[in-house]
Design a protein around this ligand. Structure first.
Ligand code: GSH
Length: 80
C-alpha cells in the first residue's frame, strides 16, 4: 500500500499526524511538504480539489481530517 502525507511543518493538524507517525515508529509514510514543493502543492489541489492539509493519499485516494488520518493509521499498522 502506498501512503503519502501532504503536509507542512508549522500546521498544527499536520504536527498531530506526524507525532502519531513518529510515536508508532512506522516508516512507510512518504512526506510531501507543500511549502517546499510546488509540484506537491499542485498535485494536492489537482487530486483533492483543495489545498487542505494534512491529507493522506492512500494508494492515490485522499483522506482529510487529522483525527481521521490518525485513526486510519492506527487501524492499519505498517506491514513488516
Ligand atoms: N479539521 C482539519 C483542519 C485542517 C486545517 O485547517 N489545515 C489548514 C492548515 S493548518 C489548511 O490546510 N488550511 C487551508 C485550507 O483548508 O484550504 C484537520 O483536523 O485536519
Amino acid at each position: 500500500m502506498e501512503l503519502k502525507l501532504y503536509m507542512f511543518e508549522t500546521c498544527p493538524y499536520c504536527r498531530k499526524v506526524l507525532n502519531s507517525i513518529e510515536k508508532s515508529g512506522r516508516t512507510d509514510v512518504e512526506l510531501h511538504n507543500i511549502h517546499k514543493s510546488e509540484e506537491d502543492r499542485l498535485t494536492l489541489i489537482e487530486v483533492g480539489g483543495k489545498q487542505q492539509v494534512p491529507c493522506l493519499f492512500i494508494d492515490g485516494k485522499p483522506l482529510y481530517e487529522s483525527d481521521d488520518i490518525v485513526d486510519w493509521l492506527e487501524a492499519h499498522p505498517q506491514m513488516k
